[in-house]
Design a protein around this ligand. Sequence first.
Ligand code: UT7
Length: 325
Amino acid sequence: MRRVGIVGVGEYLPKKVLTNADLEKMVQTSDEWITTRTGIKQRRLAAKDEASSDLAIKAGRRALEDARLNPKDLELIIVATITPDMHFPSTACFVQANLGAKKAVCFDVSAACAGFVYALTIAQQFISRGVYKNALIIGAEVLSTITDWEDRNTCVLFGDGAGAAVVAEVKSGGGLSTYLGSDGTKADLLMIPGGGSRNPSTHETINKRLHYLKMQGNEVFKIAVKIMTEAAREALKQADLECSDVDLVIPHQANIRIIMAMAKKLDLPPERIYLNIEKYGNVSSASTAIALCEAVKTGRIKKGDIVLLDAFGSGLVWGACVIKW
Ligand code: UT7
């Protein structure tokens, strides 16, 4: 089996900023409530003509440049998203066409906020077995298109953005373990009920606002703390490491209270947790990807560091990966 690691990272955040003060004018909420309950101060919004693939392409190009890989040599593209450009074809195919990555095999992964960790795991499997030499994995979301801007319970939480990584064989370090899990019995806690084959789009589904994201936030919160803690423990166990060995945790950025409750259970000091939720809110599959990119670019991750990616989301699904940088 080949040793597989991340050899390049990139991100793209749309320019438009929506602050908590802006939201105060849209729904009955306050900066104080959003900040204390979630840790979010602002989020980015894609322009009207920006779809997920547009964000994915920009982040993907930056990751390829960082890895010094010509798109023509790319063998696999995986896009993790819950806001694809269209039901089909896959967003990965739009990315391929734009990059001119003619050789690449392309598909999307639907694993909500754990999508980037799932994509990384899939890419690692292909490359470690020698099926492909490299992969571009991207988490890209335009969550503003599935957000109900009249629902204060959810609209304050989400944002748009993309993060990408190039995965390839490495001589030292690389992925040490990966742990994924799913529990479909809890699907109703977080979903978009309309617009699929269960409730195809009709005037009725639109009037009932079924094409927007619905969440039982409180229930998700409790499960998230438990699941993220368990996933971290399991991935570390498989890598034969202790929590104290971890230099930096890149958690899914859903709520600062979820992240800090998990850190407390794992006995991890705050300085070993990467946070950017304040700037971007929850960007689903793109959250861990953007955070990883920022942590690398700002020198928070250095060669030899043990990095733990830890995410959960709608499904429910969850995943954690341990990487030696
Ligand atoms: O990405 C993966 C999935 N997402 C998550 O992980 C999110 C998980 N859940 C959460 O982060 C939290 O549950 C929320 C941030 C969504 C909500 O926080 P909470 O502390 O669980 O609040 P709550 O739902 O229990 O609501 C408390 C109160 C309610 O008022 P009453 O019934 O006590 O009078 C809500 O109506 O806060 C009210 N509320 C708000 N007030 C002001 C809910 N949203 C808002 C708001 N502004 N935006």
